[in-house]
Design a protein around this ligand. Structure first.
Ligand SMILES: Nc1ncnc2c1ncn2[C@@H]1O[C@H](COP(=O)(O)OP(=O)(O)OP(=O)(O)O)[C@@H](O)[C@H]1O
Ligand SMILES: [Mg+2]
Length: 335
């Protein structure tokens, strides 16, 4: 089976259900907001949260995608930076438990984390994010040898905080002969790095994943037009339109892919899992539309659960459904 390497911000989600709003008040966090906090505040909040009990879920966009490709059976590896601490070890070991080969770098700061406070009757979420060591990853950390031997290289757009890092990684993966994909991450990432991202896609990227607002930010156009423009810059363009499905295009070949039926409760992780399903299909040499369908099946599973991880019964269901789709295309698979 073909292999894949991903790079991203190594972040752990820390989830805590609050008994009342006193912690939100203590740390001046408006309910429902998302704020970046410094190391000192990040450590103080984490200490407070530990007292009420927390759940740890290693994540970050590319890490989520790579975990899924590993569960599909693709040899999968991940580059990210963590601190030399408990949270970093947990990140690394959890990825490894999913079969991912970790190429972890170590920073001087403590490990990055997204702390989610769940409060009130509506289970509203308030976020305090501390990026920590993740943001310390830089171009000089990368070595050509890390990139050799992988068929695919997947980049999360959030890394544009350091353009030199992404450019160097893309150059190395290109030299290693990998097929390069990028998830554009968020419209503000695209808006504030417009020229850089156009250049990167044009020069190095084979497969672009964008949602509607990212596609609009990248091209200034609505999805139907945006996908055409995107596809002129790379081999395959994918534009996702949430519960309405997705579009996939390569050259003059274009398909609309219906969403797979789901009882959606939380959309978190839809984009990351879609990318994993699509890349898995692509690695098997399946037709473009089938790759989109596999992405949609996997995304439909993650929207049925709270958080970014598909549970075991849904993985089983997804694999059975994917086997059927592949068989209908006359292919064989080991899922
Ligand atoms: N309610 C839903 N039911 C079924 N499938 C869904 C639903 N919401 C999303 N999906 C699937 O997930 C795919 C990706 O979702 P979306 O367009 O929200 O991407 P995204 O914005 O990149 O996601 P994320 O917020 O995780 O980054 C869609 O193309 C669709 O196939
Ligand atoms: Mg996304």
């Amino acid at each position: 089976m073909k292999s894949i390497l991903g790079i991203g911000n190594a972040l752990t989600d820390i989830l805590a259900v609050l008994p009342d709003d006193s912690l939100l008040e203590k740390y001046h966090l408006p309910k429902g907001s998302m704020q970046h906090v410094d190391m000192e505040t990040g450590d103080r909040i984490w200490t407070s949260l530990k007292e009420i009990g927390v759940k740890y879920v290693p994540g970050g966009s590319a890490a989520n995608t790579i975990t899924c490709t590993s569960i599909f059976g693709m040899p999968s590896a991940y580059i990210g930076k963590i601190g030399n601490d408990e949270l970093g070890s947990l990140f690394k070991s959890t990825m490894e438990q999913s079969g991912v080969t970790t190429l972890m770098l170590y920073g001087t700061k403590s490990s990055g984390r997204c702390m989610a406070f769940i409060s009130g009757v509506n289970a509203e979420r308030t976020f305090a994010n501390y990026m920590g060591a993740a943001l310390e990853m830089e171009a000089t950390d990368l070595k050509q040898e890390y990139f050799e031997g992988y068929d695919y290289f997947h980049i999360e757009g959030y890394l544009v905080q350091d353009q030199e890092l992404i450019r160097t990684a893309a150059e190395m993966a290109h030299r290693a002969g990998s097929i390069i994909s990028i998830d554009l991450a968020s419209y503000n990432v695209v808006e504030s790095n417009d020229a850089f991202l156009h250049n990167l896609v044009d020069k190095y990227v084979n497969i672009v994943f964008a949602n509607e607002s990212e596609a609009r930010a990248f091209t200034g156009k609505e999805p139907a037009e945006a996908i055409r423009e995107l596809s002129q810059l790379c081999d395959i363009a994918v534009v996702k339109v949430g519960k309405d499905g997705s579009m996939v295009r390569s050259g003059d070949e274009e398909y609309f892919v219906e969403p797979w039926p789901a009882k959606a409760i939380d959309a978190t992780g839809a984009g990351d899992t879609y990318a994993a399903g699509f890349l898995y299909g692509h690695s098997l040499g399946l037709p473009l539309k089938t790759c989109g369908e596999i992405g949609s099946i996997l995304a439909a599973k993650v929207v049925e659960v709270v958080g970014t991880k598909i549970d075991v019964p849904r993985w089983r269901e997804a694999k059975a459904e994917i086997r059927e789709i592949i068989a209908a295309n006359g292919g064989e698979t080991h899922v």
